[in-house]
Design a protein around this ligand. Structure first.
Ligand SMILES: CC(=O)[C@@H](O)[C@H](O)COP(=O)(O)O
Ligand SMILES: NCC(=O)COP(=O)(O)O
Length: 237
């Protein structure tokens, strides 16, 4: 079974645009869980342009499913995660000024750094995941860091699928097979949508979790949040 973790960054973007508390992030997260999602994901960025560090502290007490916090393990992020103790931390090597996450880890170059931070999180009973591309050597190096899981960075798959290139799934299938052999759990995310999720799920063995935000919130403008969450759950069965 593949769990759906809904990324609520865009709800915070909308809220922040007026400076008040509409929409209420905690209520939306609560409702998303009631609609059947098995997790809530946030990606607090250092400039707090959407999720604020305080949101992570507040959500810690209200999320009833799996709580996943994503980000680059700079000191302030590490402190926040160690304070809030989510179910999972997903490490993403994003630059401060990146519009969105745009690359996976070079797990060869950063192996000992990743090993250190992963140990720190695991000592605190926080499951770890590393955002990564499909290259076999990077996945082998990820296994050496001791991480529990990897998150396959699916932007390339999504954009190729959109152009009709279904072969773009191949490196992801191979990466998932290798990761499973190496004992790694497999997550995936970035630009997954109602259009591509079923094909992705059908071709990725042992897919534990997908985190989806941008498309899911955009689709909800037309179809409604409850419907959309249920449509994803149906496609992930
Ligand atoms: C880690 C990842 O894949 C991202 O998709 C991210 O969580 C989205 O962040 P933004 O909402 O800031 O684009
Ligand atoms: N880890 C990926 C994520 O949380 C959501 O990415 P996106 O659906 O907003 O591209």
């Amino acid at each position: 079974m593949t769990k759906l973790s809904v990324n609520i960054n865009k709800i915070a973007t909308l809220r922040n645009s007026r400076g008040g508390n509409v929409p209420n992030l905690l209520k939306v997260a609560h409702d998303i869980e009631d609609f059947g999602a098995e997790g809530i994901t946030i990606h607090p960025r250092p400039d707090e342009r959407h999720i604020k560090y305080q949101d992570a502290r507040d959500l810690k007490y209200s999320v009833r499913t799996e709580f996943n916090i994503e980000g680059n393990p700079i000191k302030s992020f590490m402190d926040l995660v160690l304070e809030t103790k989510p179910t999972q931390v997903t490490l993403v090597p994003d630059a401060v000024d990146a519009i969105t996450s745009n690359a996976g880890w070079n797990t060869i170059e950063h192996q000992s750094f990743l090993q250190e931070v992963i140990q720190e999180f695991q000592r605190n009973n926080i499951r770890t995941s590393i955002f990564i591309d499909t290259d076999a050597k990077l996945i082998e190096a990820a296994a050496k860091t001791g991480t529990d899981r990897i998150e396959l960075y699916t932007e390339n798959f999504a954009s190729e699928f959109d152009k009709g290139n279904k072969n773009a799934i191949k490196p992801y299938t191979e990466a998932a097979i290798l990761a499973h052999k190496l004992g790694l759990g497999i997550n995936a995310g970035h630009d997954l949508s109602l259009e591509n999720i079923q094909f992705f799920k059908e071709n990725i063995p042992n897919l534990a979790e997908v985190s989806i935000g941008h498309a899911l919130i955009a689709e909800s403008l037309y179809l409604g949040l409850e419907n959309v969450v249920k449509m994803y759950l149906h496609r992930l069965k």
